[in-house]
Write a protein that binds this ligand. Structure first.
Ligand code: PAD
Ligand code: ZN
Length: 363
């Protein structure tokens, strides 16, 4: 039987989100229904609300979540009711050309639930990143559920479902930060701070944090930044070069998604260095740089979707590191809020007051 629960919906471009009754179908073949316990508020949810991702309104927001599998459809092998899981937006297909070449982290055909969740009048909802977890129950593909150690509380575990994984992976997987590297991170929200934490975990010797907000820079230090630059006050490219013997950083991670900060990242890296774009630009944005500079500086310009993570490989491992005290996931949680407080959380995110507001949905 389908179930009616409350969910946070963005009905129209730029309009405040509303708490609506949504209808969640029984899981069909290959699907799982999950009782969401906690779901972080990510900047990508705000991008959806602002119509910057696509215009398939209404959206069911929320995608950084942990919870417990409530029921599964026929033929589901991956998980069973009662399993404690983090939801992921990379349920790999195993069959596409990336998967067949042994690169499932780039899977080009990831799975989502086939059935649609709807509003009470039958209007189909588009779940953010195929998840939609600002809701008491959500319907996903079974492969979107990754089992992890239940000792990690849901407000912490859920963060690996998107932004924190994106940042950690931008450093560790995409940027391939290695022991002894110098790293600069531009934009120190939840994603940028996770990149800083990832760079520390990987053994970077210098980690330079850049932001326009001193509160964010203070927090970045807690996650492992060795130096901080307020780019409102000083030129970040010159400052990063000055901190790296005039050379630039081996890896520069852009965690905002803007042309001007991408350009800073581009020029702040050392020759043969790597730029990783993990911030999400909007469709109107363009960059215009001399092609000779692309050529002449060598190295790699990469973008990082979800930190090039493989949930089944990375989530349980990172939860283990958290439980050993080596990855301070708890420090990303600025506040725990109710399901009716998402709009207020967007406002706080906008004002730079929080790293992550986490909606405690149930239990
Ligand atoms: P956030 O809004 O919490 O953090 C952004 C940070 O950038 C804030 O600390 C700002 O102060 C800072 N900032 C803004 N403008 C500037 C500037 N001009 N110069 C320096 N600093 C500035 O967002 P977030 O950390 O949740 O997300 C960051 C981006 O990452 C955002 O675009 C989001 O959509 C994206 C993201 N990408 C993935 C992925 O897979 N690629 C996953 C999750 C989120
Ligand atoms: Zn996200």
């Amino acid at each position: 039987m389908s179930v009616k629960v409350k969910g946070v919906v963005a009905r129209a471009k730029g309009a405040p989100v509303t708490l609506e009754t949504i209808v969640v179908p029984d899981p069909g073949p290959g699907e799982a229904r999950v009782r969401v316990q906690a779901c972080g508020v990510c900047h990508t949810d705000l991008h959806y609300r602002e119509g910057a991702i696509n215009d398939q309104f209404p959206f069911l927001l929320g995608h950084e979540a942990a919870g417990v599998v409530e029921s599964v459809g026929p033929d589901v092998q991956e998980v069973s009711p009662g399993d404690y899981v983090i939801l992921n937006w990379r349920a790999v297909c195993g069959e596409c050309r990336a998967c067949r070449r042994g690169r499932p982290q780039y899977c080009f055909n990831t799975h989502n639930a086939k059935q649609k969740m709807t509003l009470e009048d039958g209007t189909e909802l588009t779940p953010a990143l195929g998840i939609g977890a600002f809701a008491e129950l959500t319907l996903v593909a079974a492969g979107q559920c990754t089992k992890v150690d239940p000792q990690a509380p849901p407000e912490v575990a859920g963060l690996l479902g998107c932004g924190v994984m994106a940042g950690l992976g931008a450093a560790i997987n995409t940027g391939n930060v290695s022991r002894g590297d110098s790293v600069a991170v531009i934009g120190c929200g939840g994603v940028g701070d996770a990149a800083i934490a990832g760079a520390r975990l990987a053994g970077a010797r210098k980690i330079i944090a850049v932001d326009i907000d001193d509160r964010k820079l203070a927090k970045a230090k807690e996650f492992g930044a060795t130096d901080v630059i307020n780019s409102r006050a000083i030129d970040p490219v010159e400052a990063i070069q000055a901190l790296t013997e005039g050379n630039g950083a081996d890896v520069v991670i852009e965690a905002i998604g803007r042309p001007e900060t991408y350009e800073q990242a581009f020029y702040a890296r050392d020759l043969a260095g790597t730029v990783v774009l993990v911030g999400v630009p909007d469709p109107s944005m363009r960059i215009d740089l001399p092609l000779l500079d692309f050529f002449g500086r060598g190295g790699a310009l990469k973008s990082s979707w979800y930190g090039d993570c493989l949930p089944s490989r990375d989530f349980p491992m990172l939860i283990d590191l958290y439980l050993q005290g080596r990855l301070p996931l708890q420090d990303f949680v600025s506040e725990k809020i109710g399901i009716g407080d998402v709009e207020a959380a967007f406002d706080k995110m906008h004002k730079g007051e929080v790293l992550r507001s986490v909606v405690m949905v149930s239990g």
